[in-house]
Design a protein around this ligand. Structure first.
Ligand code: AMP
Length: 190
């Protein structure tokens, strides 16, 4: 099973992904977590992307697609599927992803779109900043991340709606209620 989670920063993608993946034996694939790890370990990739992540811009598609291909090969057989949290982030990534999945004889089963209001995004990111100390959770960088989301990622909503894959979720609800809504859709395809 291949599931995508779409939504702006602070929509609750990571929180929901953790719960769903544990309950359904899916691999939680957060591109953001993997990239932050590269930065932390000061790897060659990490050194290249450090300033990009901390400015709120997108890391190059080549770097991301290499990571994605590796994860699909390594994790598909070990789990019941993969939940993509933070990928794809633009139309080029979505197109490359589709080709890659075809090559591996796989397909996207569902795309969740977590909807949340801007005021709530700011509140949640400020809370996360005090808890996790992520360098890109400042108000300044957040602005850039929201702009990038609106310009580059939101076209995916139309793409996946046309493909009949998109399910909208009210991300302003409690964690439990969002999770219940997701579960209903996942039960339907199981
Ligand atoms: P996230 O944890 O998903 O909010 O991602 C944090 C940062 O990692 C983003 O602001 C980007 O700089 C980078 N990033 C994560 N996923 C991607 C992706 N699919 N394509 C490009 N950059 C990404």
């Amino acid at each position: 099973m291949m599931i995508i989670l779409l939504g702006p920063p602070g929509a609750g993608k990571g929180t929901q992904a953790k719960i769903i993946c544990q309950a359904r034996e899916l691999f939680h694939f957060s591109t953001g977590d993997i990239l932050r790890n590269e930065v932390k370990n000061k790897s060659n990739i990490g050194k290249k992307i450090d300033s990009i992540i901390n400015s709120g811009k997108l890391v190059s598609d080549d770097i991301i697609l290499d990571i994605v291909e590796k994860i699909i090969i390594d994790e598909s057989s070990k789990n019941k599927g993969i939940l993509f949290d933070g990928f794809p982030r633009n139309i080029d990534q979505a197109n490359s992803f589709e080709k890659l999945l075809k090559k591996k004889e796989k397909k996207i089963n569902l795309v969740f779109h977590l909807l949340i209001e801007k005021d709530e995004i700011i509140k949640r990111i400020q809370k996360r900043q005090s808890e996790e100390n992520r360098e890109d959770d400042t108000v300044e960088v957040l602005k850039s991340r929201i702009d990038v989301y609106l310009q580059e990622t939101t076209p995916l909503i139309e793409l996946y709606t046309k493909q009949g894959l998109l399910k909208k979720l009210n991300g302003m609800q409690s964690i439990e209620n969002v999770n219940n809504d997701m579960s209903k859709f996942l039960d339907e395809i199981n």
